[in-house]
Design a binder for this molecule. Structure first.
Ligand code: ADP
Ligand code: MG
Length: 539
């Protein structure tokens, strides 16, 4: 093996100039204490591990030749020694042990320092050494590099044998070992990076992930999967792919047929009555040679998305029904106008004028209901103005009356004082508030009952409307949920009513207060600022 630029005569002269005595045993200036040594060994654990692994094999291939291998870090500190115990004892007598630093200043010509200095393999045999005590030794060293980190030198690998066994081939062997060690270190680094990346992906995703080997043993699951399957990692790891909740069938298919299953939507009933919908994928994993090595499954909880989709569908359906009802209302109102006209013409033929008035009043009531219905069913731009709260309540009660009668509900009005109570607002929106409140009240009394509606002005300049029922009432928990979008306990409910009420109240500068007791009933109090007399415009 060629050794560039190393001239042992020159090196020896330098040693002499430094005042080193070739006949003495050199001392070590820098020795690591146990703690510092352990820290450095830990830092180079992968390097030491690889050296041990390859050197064991190397020694086994050299029966009868005593060798001692030494690993140093890039500063020449000895980190690890393995091999022939005879040589080990001999070097121990010379003070060479783990933790000492090899330097050319104190130790003269030594292979580890030269390998670091010249950054190349170095062999020193017998009298090429400076110190006489090393004349019967042959030492070989090579620098080891970190291939994943700009080829930086990590340390050296050296070995020592008796001068009689010296052979240039030892340097070639060292080169081969260096190659293997560096590749091993590189692979370890890559594996570690992959492991970290893998863990990062597994731990940060909200999808549940399950990985099995090709025999179908679960080998990894992430936290999201633990939560979805309501089992901890340990118990999931003891399962087979086929027994894995939700994804078992698909994992098994991936393993037995090598086929992927993707975008499978399945709904499961959990212990509570709530249903959960998952989107599942299960994929076989192949290595570079296309051999099946395992399977991977992921599941995403799409329950919320499904619920929202369902609600939107419902809302769309309601809008469609609303539109149909509106056109039906038109069809009713037109002939009604004709009927009213003809009835008026027939007035003289009514023997009882009371009957005539009753017919006309009833026709007018139908007309009112239909007109209100038409206004409400069409989306309207908000239009703020003076609104007589009492009139609005009269109108909306009239509108809700048919439903109340059908449900055996009596609407009882307590309207105090005057017939006018003006607030500033949008008439249609206010009507929507009361229609929703009345409907909720009636829904809470499926067997009928009394719905009372009070309206009055309080001493704080507020118009107060109180709607109360003696129906099902709500628990504190249900009260807390009231107003959350899509919160409903009804089979055909939208869970939007209360949210809309709150929004409208806010736009009107009003407030809403709900008192409810499970099994007793609910009282809802709305407060609006009263519009002062002098500011009331003509409406
Ligand atoms: P929906 O009426 O479509 O269910 P709401 O937002 O109007 O939606 O009401 C949400 C829920 O609040 C209802 O499903 C019901 O459980 C409860 N709720 C509302 N008003 C009352 C009431 N007066 N009495 C009892 N429960 C009520
Ligand atoms: Mg409602």
């Amino acid at each position: 093996m060629k050794q560039n630029n190393i001239c042992f005569d020159t090196l020896k002269k330098e040693c002499a100039t430094r005042g080193l005595d070739p006949a003495s045993i050199p001392s070590f200036k820098h020795i690591l204490d146990t703690e510092a040594l352990t820290a450095r060994q830990r830092k180079h654990a992968e390097f030491i591990g690889a050296v041990t692994y390859f050197f064991d094999k190397f020694i086994a291939s050299l029966p009868g030749i005593p060798v001692l291998a030494t690993a140093t870090d890039k500063h020449g500190y000895v980190l690890h020694m393995i091999g022939d115990s005879g040589i080990k004892e001999m070097v121990a007598k010379l003070g060479i042990r783990n933790g000492v630093q090899m330097t050319k200043e104190y130790n003269g010509i030594n292979s580890a320092c030269l390998a670091l200095d010249y950054q190349q393999p170095v062999g020193i045999v017998g009298s090429q050494h400076y110190h006489h005590y090393l004349y019967h030794a042959a030492c070989y060293s090579i620098p080891i590099r970190n291939r994943t980190h700009s080829e930086e030198i990590v340390g050296t690998l050296s070995f020592m044998t008796a001068a009689g066994f010296a052979h240039p081939l030892f340097l070639s062997l060292l080169m081969t070992m260096k190659e293997s060690i560096e590749r091993e270190l590189q692979l370890m680094k890559q594996n570690e990076t992959l492991r970290l990346l893998n863990e990062l992906i597994m731990d940060t995703t909200t999808s549940g992930m399950i990985i099995s080997d090709k025999e179908g043993n679960i080998i990894n699951v992430n936290e999201a999967a633990e939560q979805m399957m309501k089992q901890d990692k340990q118990s999931l790891l003891s399962k087979t792919a086929a027994d894995c909740p939700f994804v078992g069938d698909y994992l098994e298919r991936a393993l037995s047929e090598g086929l992927p299953s993707t975008d499978i939507e399945r709904t499961f009933k959990s212990t509570s009555e709530r249903e959960t919908t998952y989107l599942l994928d299960a994929l076989p994993i192949f290595d570079q040679t296309e051999k099946l090595v395992g399977a991977f499954a992921q599941l995403r909880d799409i329950t919320q998305r499904k619920e929202t989709e369902q609600m939107l569908l419902n809302t769309e359906k309601l809008a469609a029904v609303g539109q149909m009802a509106a056109s039906a209302a038109h069809e009713i109102r037109n002939p009604l106008t004709t009927i009213r006209g003809f009835i008026q013409l027939l007035q003289p033929s009514f023997s009882d004028q009371g009957h005539f008035n009753l017919v006309l009043e009833e026709i007018d009531r139908i007309n009112l209901i239909i007109s209100e219905f038409l206004i409400l069913s069409k989306p309207q731009a908000t239009c703020f103005g003076n609104q007589n709260l009492i009139q609005i309540l009269h109108d909306t009660i009239a509108l809700s009356q048919p439903q109340a009668s059908m449900g055996n509900v009596q609407i009882v009005k307590h309207f105090y004082d005057s017939s006018d109570l003006f607030i500033h607002g949008d008439g249609n929106q206010l009507k929507q508030v009361f229609i929703n409140l009345f409907k909720n009240g009636m829904d809470a009394m499926p067997d009928g009952g009394t719905l009372s509606v009070d309206v009055y002005a309080n001493l704080h300049g507020e118009a107060v409307a109180v709607v109360s029922d003696k129906g099902a009432g709500m628990t504190d928990e249900q009260l807390g949920q009231l107003g959350n979008p899509f919160y409903t306990t009804k089979k055909d409910g939208t869970g939007l009513g209360f949210m809309i009420i709150q929004r409208i109240l806010k736009q009107h500068g009003g407030s809403i207060d709900v008192q409810s007791r499970k099994g007793e009933g609910t009282t809802i109090t709305l407060r609006f600022p009263i519009k002062q007399e002098e500011t009331i415009e003509q409406t």
